[in-house]
Design a protein around this ligand. Sequence first.
Ligand SMILES: *Cc1c(COP(=O)(O)O)cnc(C)c1O
Length: 371
Amino acid sequence: MIRPDSRIAAALLRIDPDAIIANYRSIAERVAPARVAAVVKADAYGLGAARVAGALAEAGCRAFFVAHLFEAVALKEVLPHDAALYVLNGLQPGSEPDCAVLGIVPVLNALDQVDRWAAHARALGRDLPAVLQVDSGMARLGLSAADVAALCNSPEHLAGIRLTLLMSHLACADDPHAGANAAQLGVFDGLAARFPGVPRALSNSGGAFLDRPFHFDWVRAGIALYGGAPEGRAPSPMRPVLSLLARIIQVRDLPAGTGVGYGHSFTAERPTRIATIGVGYADGWLRALSNRGSAFIGGRRVPIAGRISMDSMTLDATGVPETLLTPGSLVELIGPHQSLDDVAADAGTIAYEILTQLSARYAREYGALLP
Ligand SMILES: *Cc1c(COP(=O)(O)O)cnc(C)c1O
C-alpha cells in the first residue's frame, strides 16, 4: 500500500508496539493460568497485522486468530514456525488444500466443514488439526447443540481430525451484568463435556474481565490489546496504543451569521475562527461526528463545527492562540486529551469501528507515543 510521507501527510498515526505488548502481558497476568491468544483480524483492527503480530510473537504469544484464510496466509511468513494461526470464519469450500499445506488451522463452525476437513485428512492420509466452535448462545457461528449431539453420536465424523481447541463466543461480554454471560457459560460447559481432554476457550477481551470460570484454557483478546475499554466504557483500564495528529490546512475568520460546511448545519453565532484539517469521513472520521465530536489544539478542546466532508473537516478554533493555528501545525484527534473510546462515544459507536476505519491515507509510524 502506498502511504504518504510523514513530512507531508495530512495526518500522522503513531502506533506503539510496546504498549500493545504491555496490554498483552497485563491480560495474561489477569487470566493466568489461562493463556492469551491475539486476535489480529482486519489487519489487527487497522493497526497493521504484520507489525502487531510480529511484536506479540517476540513477546511470546504463540496463538493468533484472523477472520479470513488470506489474512492467515499473509501472517504465516512473519510469524515463527511454532505459532498457530486460526481462521475464525471457518473452512470455506475449496480452501481445504491451502489450509492443510500451509498448516493454517480452520475453526470448524458447521457439520459440513467438519466433514470436508475430515475427508481432506483421509485423502492426505494424515491427521489435520482443527478448532471446533460450538454456539453457546450467540446464533452467529458454530455448531448448535443438535449438531454436537449428531457429531458425538457418530464419532466417525471426526476421524482424521485432531481437535486442538473447543471454542465459543460471548454475545454480551462487554456487560458484566448481562444474564446472558452465565447462561452461555452453562451451555458451553455442557457442550464441552462431550469433548474431554480438549482445551477450551470462551472469552474475548470483555470475558477476560469477567470471573475466573469464563477464562478456561485460552482467552482470545482483541480490543484490549489495542487499548480499547473491554467493558465498552471509557476510561479504559488498558494502555493507549495509538495517537492520531492532523495538520491544519487553512484558517479563516468568519463574521457572526456565517454558515459553515455542507448544508450550513453550523452557523457562527459570534465572530468565529475556523481551522480546517485534511481528515474526513473517507479517513474514517465518521460523518456521525459532525457537530458532535471534538479535536484538541494545545490541550484546548475545539469542537467539530459543521458536517464532516469526505477529505476535510472544520473546527471551531475561536480563542486558540494564533501561534498554534498556522498551516501545518498539529491538532490532536486521538491522544492524551481524547481517547479512542471518547471518539467512539461521540460517534455513537464502538472503539472497534473507529480503529478498523483508520485511513490508509495517514502516515504511519511505529514507536513510543509522545507524551
Ligand atoms: C473478534 C473476536 C474476538 C476478539 O474480540 P475482542 O472483543 O476484540 O477482544 C474473540 N473471539 C471471536 C470469535 C471474535 O470474532
